[in-house]
Ligand binder design. Structure first.
Ligand code: GDP
Ligand code: IMO
Ligand code: MG
Length: 445
């Protein structure tokens, strides 16, 4: 087969876990390459609901080795809870491998994340308060603690003796919080290290060998393109690189490992947390887009916050296609549009200061604050895509199909998967996403 990167195209929660679960039957290895317990991934299959934060949802597939790569940040408490919960649901964890080089989210990271948010006041980012920003900040500042140290108690104690006094100054003087006790933190985290040690590996070396043996590797991104630290809607972003380029760094492989990039997008847009959102809607359409009162209501899996909702934004999507070098797209949640009286798609922005029209996102400060979406009106289909539980494209109503074809044409990218419900079965595979058609590059000069 091929080595594939799966990447969120919007502000996260695009339904990545469902697509990972779907494609995992063709994958020998899955590597989650960035992010931490800020992610919330849900899979519905066989009448059961599984929730993931750090472990790839491919773990549901018995034959697939699931790795949590070096580019991730791991809260040991959260991953241990996740392991235990999945085991209680009868899922075998012997295929889980955590990178020895992944950084560890420590108690001071959690405290500092929450304190920083509070201090930001009206300028808060709306983080998940899972310690993500402070853990990555320490990694960059070379003050981080990695899994290989968490699982080596003398290295752990040594590090804590330097790190905790430094963090205590910040906790106390900057935020007026209680200092942490080195011995208490050591005892608790050494125990987590002991419990996690059987799962810790040199994952990059294992992936290298797997590739030599022509195994199929799927690189799983968390969050989404617009939350990317470098390419997202900064500063309202996360602190890692969800974009496809992040797969190499976060797994320890070269760019020549990657054969294909598959983007995942909702048929509309959602966002959790603060930051610009040009196509955001309120009122009755928002109620439908938020799927209020249904089992798949738009509520954050990690934080329980209501997700903001809006129309499909083709300007941001063109940007996502470009930044990720996306080959094809999986479109999810088409069924949510079933009941709408009107369906809008933003195909361009007007800069309200200059009147200029944009079809792609320019690198300009505060640009999204000053844009007005230019909408195309599409025919609503008012048909029960979800209850049909379509598995063939022919089962979609003409209106739903023309929506898919319209998005394909304005984005200039093949849509190879259409998801019409939360369960594994409610999926239409139009073309083989791994070997089928790709975005065609413009003819070289
Ligand atoms: P992720 O973070 O990208 O993995 O997405 P989440 O799991 O956070 O959010 C997606 C939610 O939508 C989950 O509750 C899924 O079960 C659900 N979901 C996925 N695909 C579909 C779909 O096509 N239709 C509907 N109605 N729900 C879906
Ligand atoms: P999945 O993988 C949606 C958002 C937060 C906040 C910003 C920064 O489920 O798609 P952080 O805690 O990372 O410092 O918060 O990023 N955010 C997500 N939004 N889905 C996610 O993950 C997210 N992970 C972080 O809401 O706006
Ligand atoms: Mg999510």
């Amino acid at each position: 087969m091929a080595n594939v990167v799966l990447v969120g195209s919007q502000w996260g929660d695009e339904g990545k876990a469902k697509v990972v679960d779907l494609l995992s039957k063709n994958a020998d290895y899955i590597v989650r390459y960035q992010g931490g317990s800020n992610a919330g991934h849900t899979v519905n299959t066989g009448g059961k609901k599984y929730k993931f934060h750090l472990i790839p949802s491919g773990i549901l597939n018995e034959g697939t080795i699931c790795m949590v790569g070096n580019g991730t940040v791991i809260d040991p408490k959260v991953i241990l809870r996740e392991i235990n919960e999945l085991q209680d649901q009868g899922i075998d964890m012997s295929n889980l491998q955590i990178s020895a080089s992944a950084h560890v989210t420590m108690p001071y990271h959690l405290l500092i994340d929450a304190a920083q948010e509070e201090a930001r006041g009206s300028k808060k980012i709306g983080t998940t308060c899972r310690g993500i920003g402070p853990t990555y900040a320490d990694k960059s500042a070379r003050s981080g603690l990695r899994m290989c140290e968490l699982t080596d108690s003398s290295a752990l104690l040594d590090k804590l003796k330097t790190l905790i006094p430094e963090k205590n100054i910040i906790l106390d003087r900057l935020y007026g919080l209680e200092p942490l006790n080195i011995d208490e933190v050591f005892r608790e985290y050494a125990e987590y290290g002991k419990q996690l040690a059987p799962y810790v590996f040199d994952t990059a070396a294992i992936v290298w060998e797997a590739n030599k043996q022509r195994k199929n590797i799927l690189f799983e991104g968390a969050q989404g393109t617009l939350l990317d630290l470098d390419h997202g809607t900064y500063p309202y972003v996360t602190s890692s690189n969800p974009v496809a380029g992040g797969a190499c760094i976060g797994s320890g492989v070269g760019p020549n490992f990657i054969d294909r990039v598959i983007g995942i997008a909702k048929a509309y847009t959602t966002r959790v947390g603060e930051g610009p959102f040009p196509t955001e809607v309120q009122g009755s359409s928002a109620k439908i887009l938020r799927a209020e009162g249904t089992a798949w209501e738009e509520i954050g899996t990690t934080t329980g916050r209501a997700r903001r909702v809006g129309w499909f934004d083709a300007v941001l999507m063109r940007y996502a296609v470009r930044i990720n070098g996306m080959d094809c797209l999986a479109l999810t949640k088409l069924d949510v549009l079933d009941d709408l009286e009107e369906i809008l798609v933003c195909n361009a922005y007007k800069d309200i200061r200059t009147g200029e029209v944009y079809k792609d996102l320019p690198a300009k400060s505060n640009f999204l604050k000053y844009v007005e979406p230019i909408y195309e009106k599409l025919a609503p289909w008012k048909d029960e895509t979800k209850s049909v539980g379509a598995t063939e494209i022919g089962q979609l109503s003409a209106g739903a199909l023309s929506y898919v074809r319209y998005l394909e044409s304005i984005l200039e990218i093949p849509i190879t998967i259409v998801s019409v419900g939360p369960s594994r079965e409610q999926t239409i595979v139009l073309e083989d996403p791994i070997h089928g058609p790709k975005r065609v590059l413009e003819t070289a000069i």
